[in-house]
Design a protein around this ligand. Structure first.
Ligand SMILES: C[S@@+](CC[C@H](N)C(=O)[O-])C[C@H]1O[C@@H](n2cnc3c(N)ncnc32)[C@H](O)[C@@H]1O
Ligand code: SF4
Ligand code: SF4
Length: 315
């Protein structure tokens, strides 16, 4: 809370896109190609060491697919040895080959876009069952596991099927909206589908109220009711959060438009790269867990109440 109370920023929680390479080619994703100057193992540990000295105590592995990185096991061991709390975002396919690394995760978040036919249409034949097998394996290793589902035209009518599957597996699903791009501008043009997405998030709220395994907190569900209209919210990006890309560039948030931006930890040092971050936030917060952390960071207790209690019965 030093960042909040004293106004001194510190990268307590870092998102690390260790590689943008991926073993899948999901139809809506544009963060799945190798960047030309990926850091070497030595540079990765140097960058992480710098962030650790600045206060990093939690790190979420992301990608691309983090488990395709040849040094993932070594990097995880290093982070664990340095007392960093670890999470991973993964498509789940390679979990069986990295059980030693997975064991160190406090949470494993596996993407699941719908029932088998829907998931495989977006992510490739056979990927649904490989994701589910990965989820069960991670659970058997003792990790907390949740599914992440990006909601868009590909799965609008299949959310109840997915919740039924999750219920049978005893796992929760966290929902968040599809964006036009993961690496370009945050601005989003309205589309004719937007009303249906908003309606769907209201239905997801109702499913949660009825006891379905919806992993979102109320705060992110309420936030997504208005998607994609701009919604102001407290933003911890650059204050306690930062995102490191495979080349060592540091951003306040994964949502930053990266076109032409370099802010390299290896060239500048972690302290200077972190100092240079933009801390002005945006109004298009879309990642459910980040939205929830932002409302918590802003001490917005009202956002965490169930819809009826928060709105005095009006919602
Ligand atoms: C980029 S992936 C990286 C981790 C891993 N490869 C996976 O698929 O979970 C992280 C999350 O971003 C989501 N994603 C990919 N493209 C997206 C987009 N255009 N809009 C919103 N989410 C997207 C994926 O569905 C996944 O849940
Ligand atoms: S969403 Fe994940 S698994 Fe799919 S292509 Fe993108 S990085 Fe790969
Ligand atoms: S408000 Fe915008 S900048 Fe802040 S965490 Fe959310 S997406 Fe990132």
């Amino acid at each position: 809370m030093r960042a909040k109370v004293l106004g001194v920023p510190s990268p307590l929680a870092v998102g690390f896109e260790i590689t943008h390479r991926c073993n899948l080619r999901c139809s809506y994703c544009d963060r799945n190609r190798r960047l030309s100057h990926e850091m070497s193992l030595g540079e990765i540990l140097e960058a992480l060491g710098g962030l650790r000295r600045l206060g990093m105590c939690a790190l979420s592995l992301d990608g691309g697919e983090p488990l395709v990185h040849e040094d993932i096991d070594t990097v995880v061991r290093w982070l664990s040895d340095h007392g960093v709390l670890l999470r991973i975002n993964t498509n789940g396919v390679l979990i069986g080959r990295h059980t030693d690394a997975i064991r160190h995760m406090s949470k494993v978040k596996i993407s699941l876009d719908g029932p088998p036919s829907v998931h495989d249409a977006v992510r490739g034949q056979g990927s649904f069952w490989r994701a589910v097998r990965g989820a069960l394996m991670a659970r058997d290793l003792g990790c907390k596991v949740e599914f992440t589902c990006v909601v868009g035209p590909h799965n609008l009518g299949h959310v109840d099927d997915l919740l039924g599957i999750a219920q049978r597996l005893g796992l929760e699903v966290v929902f968040q909206p599809l964006r036009g791009s993961l690496v370009r501008s945050a601005t989003r043009e309205p589309t004719p589908l937007d009303d249906r997405i908003r309606d769907l998030f209201r239905r997801i709220e109702a499913f949660k109220t009825a006891g379905a395994p919806v992993g979102n907190r109320w705060s992110s569900l309420k936030h997504f009711r208005g998607w994609p209209d701009d919604t102001p919210l407290p933003c911890a990006a650059g204050w306690i959060n930062a995102t490191l890309d495979p080349e060592g560039n540091l951003f306040a948030c994964a949502q930053t438009d990266r076109t032409g931006i370099k802010n390299n930890v290896i060239e500048l040092g972690a302290e200077e790269a972190f100092r240079r971050l933009c801390r002005s936030g945006c109004r298009q917060c879309w990642c459910a867990r980040v939205v929830e952390e932002n409302y918590a960071w802003g001490c917005r207790a009202d956002a965490f109440l169930p819809p009826r209690a928060a709105a005095g019965g009006a919602s």
